[in-house]
Write a protein that binds this ligand. Structure first.
Ligand code: NAD
Ligand code: DAU
Length: 339
C-alpha cells in the first residue's frame, strides 16, 4: 500500500482529535500531520499514546498564518487535507465574532491557496448543518444538500462563508474538494462548554445545569466515531466538488438530552435551571443523510448506546475534563451563565 501524507487541521480538538486516532488505527501506513494552534479548545494530552509513533507528527501553527502554512505545504507535499480547525462554539461567536472570521474564513482561504499550489488528491472541508439555518418543528422537514444557506449566528455565517470559498476553489481552479455538513456530535473528548459534556461534568458534581429558554429546541445527535467514518468515506470515495450531509436521525430536545444524563447518573431533575435564551437560538436541526448513505455510510451508534458509552467515558476520564474546567474555563462559565 502506498504511503500517503495526510494533513489534519484542528487535530487537537474534539472531532479532529478523534479523527487523528481513527485514521492512525485504520491506516497504519499513512503519515498523519496534526496541525493545530492549541487555542483554549485544543489539547495534546489526548494524544499522549501517539507521541512515539513514527507516522504521527504534530505542528503548532495558525491556519491563517500564510507564510507558515505555505512553507509547510512546500516542505511536506501533502496528498490529503482534512480541515477541522475552527472556532466552533456558537455562544462565543455571539460575544466575540471577529476571531470566527479570522480563523474560519481567512484560515480556510489560506489553506485552499496552499492546497491549490500543490498537487493534492483531496481537500475535505468539515462544515456544519448550521449553515442551513433552522427548521421548523414539523418532523417531515430535513436539511438536504440543496437546502439554501441561511446561517443565523456569527459562527454559522463564518462557516457558510468558508463553504462558499471552498466551492469557489472547485468551480474556478478545479481544486479537488468536498464539503461535509454534519449535525451535532457527541462522544469522548468533547469540550465541556458544549451541552452534553457541560451537563455531564456539572451533574457529576451535583451542580445546576443551564438550559436555554424552554429547552424545546431540537438537535440531531451523531456519535463522533460515526462522523469520522463518514469523513473517511468522503475522503476516499467522494465525488469532487460535491457536498455531503452527515446525520443519523437522532433528534432530541435539549431537555430530553439533559434528562437522559441526569437519569443515567441517578441525580435529581431539580438540577435543571432554565436560563435566558441564546440570542438568535435556532429552533431545530435535522439532517437527511440519503446522499451519504448511497455512497455506503451508515451510523453504528444509536442515541441510547452512544450516550451510555459517552457518559461512562466521562466517568472514567475525569482527570481530562477536570483540568479543563478549572482556571480560565471557570471564568468563562461565570461570565456566560451567572448561575
Ligand atoms: P473544537 O473547538 O473542539 O476544536 C477546534 C480545534 O481547532 C482546536 O484544537 C483548536 O486549537 C484548533 N484551532 C482553532 N483555531 C485555530 C487556528 N487559527 N489555527 C489552527 N488551529 C486552530 O471543534 P470541534 O467541535 O472538534 O469541531 C471541529 C470542526 O467540525 C469545526 O470546523 C466545526 O465547525 C465542525 N463541526 C463541529 C460539530 C460539532 O458538533 N462539534 C458538528 C459539525 C461540524
Ligand atoms: O449542529 C452542529 C453544531 O453543533 C456545530 O457546528 C457546532 O460547532 C457545535 O458547537 C454544535 O452547535 P450547537 O449550538 O447546536 O451546540 P451546543 O452544545 O452549544 O448547544 C446545543 C443545544 O443546547 C443548543 O440548542 C443550545 C443548548 N444549550 C447549550 C448550552 C451550552 C443549552 O440549553 N445550555 C447550554 O449551556
Amino acid at each position: 500500500m502506498e504511503k500517503q501524507k495526510v494533513l489534519v487541521t484542528g487535530g487537537a480538538g474534539f472531532i479532529g482529535g478523534n479523527f487523528v486516532q481513527f485514521m492512525l488505527n485504520k491506516y497504519p501506513n499513512y503519515e498523519i500531520y496534526n496541525l493545530d494552534l492549541l487555542t483554549y479548545a485544543g489539547d495534546l494530552t489526548k494524544h499522549r499514546e501517539l507521541e512515539n509513533k513514527s507516522n504521527y507528527h504534530f505542528v503548532k501553527a495558525d491556519i491563517s498564518d500564510r507564510k507558515t502554512i505555505m512553507s509547510l505545504f512546500e516542505k511536506e507535499k501533502f496528498d490529503y487535507v482534512i480541515h477541522f480547525a475552527a472556532e466552533s462554539h456558537v455562544d462565543r461567536s455571539i460575544t466575540n465574532p471577529e476571531i470566527f472570521v479570522l480563523t474560519n474564513v481567512l484560515g480556510t482561504q489560506v489553506l485552499l491557496d496552499a492546497a491549490k499550489q500543490h498537487n493534492i488528491i483531496k481537500f475535505v472541508h468539515v462544515s456544519t448543518d448550521e449553515v442551513y439555518g433552522e427548521l421548523d418543528f414539523d418532523p417531515t422537514l430535513f436539511f438536504t444538500e440543496e437546502t439554501p444557506l441561511q446561517p443565523n449566528s456569527p459562527y454559522s455565517a463564518s462557516k457558510a462563508s468558508s463553504d462558499l470559498l471552498v466551492r469557489a476553489y472547485y468551480e474556478t481552479y478545479k481544486l479537488p474538494v468536498n464539503i461535509t455538513r454534519c449535525s451535532n456530535n457527541y462522544g469522548p473528548y468533547h469540550f465541556p462548554e458544549k451541552l452534553i459534556p457541560l451537563t455531564i461534568s456539572r451533574v457529576v458534581n451535583d451542580q445546576r445545569v443551564p438550559v436555554y429558554g424552554d429547552g424545546k429546541n431540537i438537535r440531531d445527535w451523531l456519535h463522533v466515531i460515526d462522523h469520522c467514518a463518514a469523513i473517511d468515506l468522503v475522503l476516499h470515495k467522494g465525488k469532487n466538488g460535491e457536498v455531503y450531509n452527515i446525520g443519523g436521525h437522532n433528534e432530541k430536545t435539549n431537555l430530553e438530552v439533559v434528562k437522559t444524563i441526569i437519569e443515567t447518573l441517578g441525580k435529581p431533575e431539580n438540577l435543571i435551571e432554565f436560563v435566558e435564551d441564546r440570542l438568535g437560538h435556532d429552533k431545530r436541526y435535522a439532517i437527511d443523510p440519503t446522499k451519504l448513505e448511497q455512497l455506503g455510510w451508515k451510523p453504528t451508534y444509536n442515541f441510547e448506546t452512544g450516550m451510555a458509552q459517552t457518559i461512562q467515558w466521562y466517568l472514567d476520564n475525569k482527570e481530562w475534563w477536570e483540568q479543563i474546567i478549572s482556571g480560565e474555563y471557570q471564568r468563562y462559565f461565570d461570565k456566560q451563565y451567572r448561575i
